[in-house]
Design a protein around this ligand. Structure first.
Ligand SMILES: Nc1ncnc2c1ncn2[C@@H]1O[C@H](COP(=O)(O)OP(=O)(O)OP(=O)(O)O)[C@@H](O)[C@H]1O
Ligand SMILES: [Mg+2]
Length: 676
């Protein structure tokens, strides 16, 4: 619809080639984006699932290290408690070298504390702080079990006072000022004074089997990096990514980092910072293992956290391992980047291919469009040259065929037009001839009436003049000078009488008196009359007769007059030089017509006179009346025949009379005269 704005116009009006490319491009890009998105998701999932699985196993490995250390302490304590010198010297802790021995063991097996109580749990000797003794440790869950003759071990929170008693320096080691951590949960107070301890206790039994006391030892985890670094070494083997340790491990006391190899921005161990709110909730509050991404201090890690429980099952802290997320992110980005780059490259290659394909598809269409335009401009000889066997090839074939048919139709139209023109011309000429014939017939008819009247009126006076002239001549002597004049009067009057006679003949509508006649004989008779004069005038008359002519019905007198007129005209046309008049008769059997031809070698007839030849009174002769041919024409026409003339200036003329063997009434009014 004209004027209506179609929102898709910008697409619809584009060349076919661009449309193809745009459509394909849309499909390619659409497909590409979808697969890119799906690919990213899948790839992300795969990479991070792998990472999570790994970190879960790492956490298990960290537990092994943790438990191993605890077992180690347990074994040291158990074996030491079983040594004889302990049972022997338990009654005399101040004397002897018990303190020495315990301190040796503590140093050798890297224990922070090693303390001996009596059988009721009252402290006998603290090897780290011998000054502090006499207090009751039986409330401690691990000591309590040892008092019940069990070897016990576990992780415990030890309060500040206890730490002070075990060794004032330990209280300092355990104490932390909280470092503000953005994502940590709210927590009252700003300090941690308690410590987290790996602790083991074993009963000391006398030779008689009596319980003498309890030996317990511990390792303060606060600021002790032995376990976390060991985890890092064993699990991650010191692997680094961009100068950062990939793997990290941490021991939390509550939500507080007390031992870690996670570094802060300054590169120091991030102890004193706290865990994020999410992890806090999941692990400390709900007692679950936490797996997933977590923001640790200053970077994103793929992490795993487990709660650490004391011997009573209370959650007192967490064990953590984590891998830097960055290498995985970078790996993903590299893979994605490569993928995207390849996809982009593929799009470019496809685009190039596409434009080549589109050009190949649309080129024949362009050729067709051009051809259509040419044909529309009228060039019907134009042929499209597409040799492919596909639809376009077929289209081109049909197009060529159509053009060919169009050309043929146009040719025959042109041809038809020409024929029509010719036919119109012919018809016009025929009409003109018919019209002329009509006019001539009219003329003849009216002239006949006048001539009859005039001739009748003139005949009597002429007769009277002639008689009187004869009388006067008779009355004169031969040498009378008036005799010549009188003779002339008589001659001229005779001539007038002759004209009048001819006029009468012309006008007389006497019915034809027909009888069976031999046409050859009729010609012969007419020629005889002329022959003498002709010979004198050096004119030869040649007769070529068809002897097989049938006799036909005709008015002898009238037809003889026609032959006579034509022969006289021929003779006169050859004067004074002389020549040959050839009279030929023949039969055209098919239409049943007898043809009589009068051919002279005379002067010929100028073209402009041909049409007037048969008009009454048309003559080129000083003494002629111009009625000879007019009368002959009338006679032949009455018989149902035709007169035709052909002539060439200087070479002669041929008059042809055609008489039908059987007279046909209707032919009388048409085509009486023909000019060649
Ligand atoms: N065979 C011929 N060759 C050349 N001209 C001819 C011939 N027959 C007729 N004509 C021309 O046609 C004219 C008309 O002829 P037509 O016989 O009617 O009259 P005419 O011969 O002139 O006179 P008339 O016959 O009365 O003596 C002639 O004057 C002559 O010019
Ligand atoms: Mg004549």
């Amino acid at each position: 619809m004209p004027g209506r704005k179609n929102p898709h116009r910008w697409y619809h009006d584009r060349p076919l080639r661009q449309k193809l490319i745009l459509s394909f491009l849309a499909v390619i890009l659409g497909g590409g984006i979808v697969s890119l998105v799906i690919g990213t998701r899948l790839e992300h999932k795969t990479i991070f699932t792998l990472a999570e699985t790994k970190v879960r196993h790492d956490l298990d490995a960290a537990w092994v290290v943790f438990q191993e250390r605890l077992s180690h302490i347990r074994d040291v304590v158990r074996l030491s408690a079983a040594r004889e010198f302990l049972a022997e010297n338990i009654g005399n802790v101040r004397g002897g070298d018990l303190l020495h021995k315990l301190n040796d063991i503590r140093a050798e097996f890297r224990l922070d504390t090693l303390t001996l109580t009596d059988a009721s749990g009252k402290v006998l000797l603290r090897s780290r702080n011998p000054e502090a003794a006499g207090d009751d440790e039986s409330a401690d869950p691990i000591v309590r079990r040892a008092l019940a003759r069990e070897v016990a071990a576990g992780t415990e929170i030890v309060n500040k006072d206890e730490l002070m008693r075990e060794g004032p320096d330990l209280a300092g080691q355990a104490s932390f000022e909280f470092i503000p951590t953005p994502m940590a949960a709210e927590r009252a107070g700003g300090r941690e004074e308690n410590g987290m301890v790996l602790k083991a206790a074993a009963p000391v039994v006398g030779p008689d089997g009596r319980l003498l006391g309890v030996l317990y030892g511990g390792l303060l985890l606060n600021r002790n990096f032995e376990i976390v670094d060991r985890v890092k070494d064993i699990v991650y083997k010191g692997e680094k990514y961009k100068e950062k340790d990939i793997g990290t491990a941490t021991i939390f006391q509550g939500d507080l980092r007390i031992a870690t190899n996670v570094l802060d921005d300054a590169g120091a161990r991030a102890i004193g910072t706290r865990v994020s709110r999410d992890v806090n909730q999941a692990v400390l509050a709900e007692g679950r293992r936490y797996l997933g991404r977590a923001f640790v201090v200053s970077h994103w890690y793929i992490t795993a956290y487990d709660p650490i429980r004391d011997p009573d099952g209370l959650i007192i802290g967490m064990l953590y391992v984590g891998m830097l997320e960055k290498p995985y992110v970078d790996l993903r980005n590299t893979v994605m980047g490569t993928f995207t780059l390849l996809a982009g490259l593929a799009v470019v290659v496809l685009l190039i291919l596409l434009s080549v394909i589109a050009a190949n598809i649309t080129r024949p269409i362009g050729v067709l469009v051009e051809a259509t335009a040419k044909v529309a401009r009228g060039d019907l000889d134009h042929q499209v040259e597409i040799e492919t066997g596909d639809e376009l090839g077929q289209l081109a074939g049909s197009f060529n065929q159509m053009t060919e048919e169009l050309r043929q139709a146009s040719d025959s139209l042109t041809q038809w037009g020409r024929t029509l023109e010719k036919r119109v011309e012919e018809r016009t000429a025929e009409l003109r001839a018919t019209q002329e014939n009509l006019i001539r017939s009219e003329k003849l008819a009216s002239l006949g009436k006048i001539a009859a009247g005039v001739a009748h009126e003139i005949n009597n006076p002429l007769t009277s003049i002639l008689i009187n002239a004869a009388l006067l001549i008779e009355a004169r002597k031969p040498d009378d000078p008036d005799a010549e004049a009188l003779n002339m009067i008589a001659d001229e009057t005779n001539r007038c009488a002759q004209i009048v006679k001819q006029l009468l003949e012309f006008s007389r509508q006497r019915p034809a008196q027909e009888s069976l006649t031999d046409v050859n004989e009729l010609i012969e008779r007419t020629a005889q009359i002329l022959e003498k004069q002709a010979l004198v005038r050096n004119i030869k008359i040649v007769k070529v007769f068809d002897r097989s002519l049938p006799e036909i019905n005709l008015d002898k007198t009238k037809i003889q007059q026609v032959f006579s007129n034509l022969m006289i005209n021929a003779v006169e046309a050859m004067l004074p030089a002389g020549g040959t008049l050839t009279v030929t008769s023949k039969l055209d059997a098919a239409p049943g017509v007898i043809e009589i031809e009068f051919a002279d070698t005379g002067v010929g007839i100028p073209k402009e006179n041909l049409a007037k030849l048969f008009d009454p009174f048309f003559t080129t002769k000083t003494m002629g009346t111009g009625l000879g041919l007019a009368v002959s024409y009338g006679i032949v026409r009455q018989r149902g025949g035709t007169i035709r003339v052909a002539s060439e200036i200087g070479r002669g003329s041929v008059f042809t009379v055609k008489l039908p063997v059987v007279e046909k009434q209707e032919e009388k009014d048409s085509e009486e005269v023909q000019y060649d």
